[in-house]
Design a protein around this ligand. Structure first.
Ligand SMILES: O=C(O)CCC(=O)C(=O)O
Length: 214
């Protein structure tokens, strides 16, 4: 199903399987998400994660859900407890679930039920290199990303790392759905626009990326 593009800065067409819901979360909704996010961040503060190359991710990461995505000397995978606390990840807050249900009800994935939410925290200057999300069991399920805080340039690539990319500006309150024919596209974050967050409580950017991992 094609969703309307109400943002004039958005590209006229996204590839099949990608849908942008610009500004679907209004200011009050963003404040509610931020408050719920804060409870997760207090329980499991974000940390930079070890990459395959032996470095650290530029964005700091944490999770909520039944499982959370992690990387260490054993590689990338979903795990059921936070390595920092030794405790299960906090549950996905109801406020997050309500948003995802609202967004997916008019999408090709009305039954999407995330069991993982990877939270990426970007300070000014942080990026995320082009990658595919491939640690989930069922690639028929989408990845859904909610943006909060500073705007960012999200890169949409092809199916090989070197393919041409298209930049899409994501702003606080936007939701991006990536599934179907686009589920395995390379993607990343090229740039954060410091000082553009509409929320006083957030400097930098958070992305909440919802997955069905198991
Ligand atoms: O921050 C974003 O918008 C993208 C996050 C991402 O690509 C990921 O978590 O795999």
């Amino acid at each position: 199903m094609e969703l309307p593009f109400s943002d004039p800065d958005a590209p006229p067409a996204l590839p099949e399987g990608m849908f942008l819901r610009p500004g679907v979360v209004d200011f009050l909704g963003q404040q509610r998400l931020q408050a719920a996010l804060e409870t997760v961040l207090r329980a499991v503060p974000p940390a930079r994660i070890r990459t395959k190359g032996g470095g650290l991710t530029a964005a700091a990461m944490t999770n909520c859900g039944v499982v959370g995505w992690w990387g260490d000397a054993k590689g990338y995978r979903y795990i059921s407890a936070s390595p920092q606390t030794g405790l299960p990840w906090p549950p996905i807050p109801d406020e997050f679930i309500k948003l995802i249900q609202g967004v997916t009800s008019e999408s090709p994935w009305p039954d999407f039920a995330p069991d993982a939410c990877l939270i990426n925290a970007y300070a000014a200057g942080a990026k995320m290199g082009l990658h595919q999300d491939r640690d989930e069991k069922d690639f028929s399920q989408p990845i859904i990303t909610v943006s909060l805080g500073d705007a960012a340039d999200f890169l949409i690539g092809g199916f090989a790392r070197g393919d041409k990319t298209q930049a899409l500006k994501l702003r606080s309150g936007d939701v991006l759905l990536m599934g179907g024919a686009s589920r395995m596209r390379f993607h990343g974050v090229r740039k954060i626009y410091p000082g553009t967050s509409p929320l006083d409580e957030i400097s930098g950017r958070y992305s909440l990326t919802f997955r069905k991992a198991l």
